[in-house]
Design a protein around this ligand. Structure first.
Ligand code: FFO
Ligand code: ATP
Length: 179
């Protein structure tokens, strides 16, 4: 299937997921993440500030902070680049024209400093291939990282293998958690 059609279908399926099912699947995904050795070992974690259709990342952020980990979230820059800045009680957030919240201040954390990167996206194959929202931001960013790259896939986001064209620049994830 072409990427644009699959993106539309997945957005639709995510937005139609009953709240109780979403909640239950999300809980299983958080537990799978938190019990992983990569989570336990991580000092510095990259994640996102999720939009309504995505897995809610707030529990991940809160847990990481409670455990004393540094949590950083992306700010989009020109030329489809991202800068990750720490998320703290004093971080200034601004909403972009795409409705995403982004940090405006604080130091930029170097990509190689992350131990764990929770990667967003629309569809994830168990074998690690990923279909994102189409900006190519993570395709550019992930090659600069060295940490463990993991995605948390709600039922509507799971695929046993990619049903979309995988390209040379697509970075294969280290793990896809399913629930
Ligand atoms: N919560 C969350 N934050 C995230 C991401 C994400 O997937 N989830 N991103 C993951 O990458 C980055 C933002 N991704 C974006 C992807 C596409 C467009 C965008 O420009 N969309 C245009 C179409 C552009 C085009 O046609 O080239 C649009 O929707 O009109 C913007 C941001 C960084 N922050
Ligand atoms: N490393 C790269 N260098 C240059 N262009 C790239 C690179 N990676 C992706 N692109 C371009 O970015 C565009 C979007 O790529 P793609 O459709 O794979 O995005 P995506 O993985 O869905 O998005 P994202 O990574 O932001 O979630 C494509 O037009 C692609 O050519």
């Amino acid at each position: 299937m072409d990427k644009a059609t699959l993106r539309q279908q997945t957005i639709q399926a995510l937005s139609q997921m009953p709240a109780d099912q979403r909640q239950a699947a999300s809980e299983r995904l958080y537990q799978a993440l938190w019990t992983s050795p990569q989570w336990r070992a991580a000092q510095t974690v990259a994640t996102t500030l999720s939009s309504a259709i995505e897995l809610n990342t707030q529990p991940i952020i809160a847990r990481a902070q409670a455990e004393g980990k540094t949590v950083a979230v992306p700010q989009t820059r020109p030329h489809r680049q991202m800068a990750f800045r720490p998320l703290t009680a004093t971080t200034t957030l601004m909403t972009t024209k795409f409705g995403l919240q982004e940090p405006q201040d604080g130091p930029i954390i170097a990509p190689a400093d992350f131990d764990l990167i929770v990667v967003p996206g629309l569809k994830f194959a168990t074998t690690g291939e990923r279909l994102g929202f189409g900006g190519g931001y993570y395709d550019r960013y992930l090659p600069q990282t060295t940490g463990y790259k993991v995605a948390l896939a709600l039922p509507a986001q799971q695929a046993s293998q990619p049903s979309w064209p995988v390209e040379d620049f697509d970075v294969v994830l280290d793990a896809v958690l399913n629930a």
